[in-house]
Write a protein that binds this ligand. Sequence first.
Ligand code: ADE
Length: 224
Amino acid sequence: MRIDIITIFPEYFTGPFSHSILKRAQEKNLVNIHIHDLRKYSKNKQKSIDDYQFGGGAGMVMNIQPIDDCISKLKSKRKYDEIIYLTPDSKSLNQETCNSLSNLKNIILLCGHYKGIDQRVRDQLITMEISIGDYVLTGGELAAAVLTDSIVRLIPGVISDETSALTDSFQDNLLSYPIYTRPNVYKGWKVPEVLLSGNQKLIEKWREEKSLERTKNIRPDLLK
Ligand code: ADE
């Protein structure tokens, strides 16, 4: 899979993408992440990429031209399955969307800033819009990093234990069951007996019950 990220803060991504699973996925060529500095596409001396809002109002708006030029250049080289704009005023990301995006070949992520981007970019160039939750971040970079992480870990071969991603919270619209490791008693706090029983059938049953119980208590909306 190839992910192209368009941003005014290219250095932002060095941290999140150079550790652990995301780092290994790139080394193994399971994903190729390319960062594009939007300012390089600005045609004015100041390298500005934003302007005042027509009709007045606080907050700058990102111009069409640099975004269009950057996206056009990428599209001239390969076909993209989705061109995604990260913005709080859109549908919230969930595991189902992560699953389907992880099957795509080439995607572009556009990070917004200031008040947002010119609506014509959204109307003409963007194929999908994603919010990572009902709160506002200072920019789309963190959202793009979250989205990339949630997709990349689902690409086959990225997580070595194949079943691990399948038993995540949300994969069946259920939260994960409680998990434990050694020691089986710590300060008198005990691991549930059933997990030490060696009876796999009983363990599976207990896990299913706990998943359901947790979901009912914490996220009843998932069961609807
Ligand atoms: N940009 C700013 N806030 C955001 C959010 N919640 N989701 C996606 N992009 C954003």
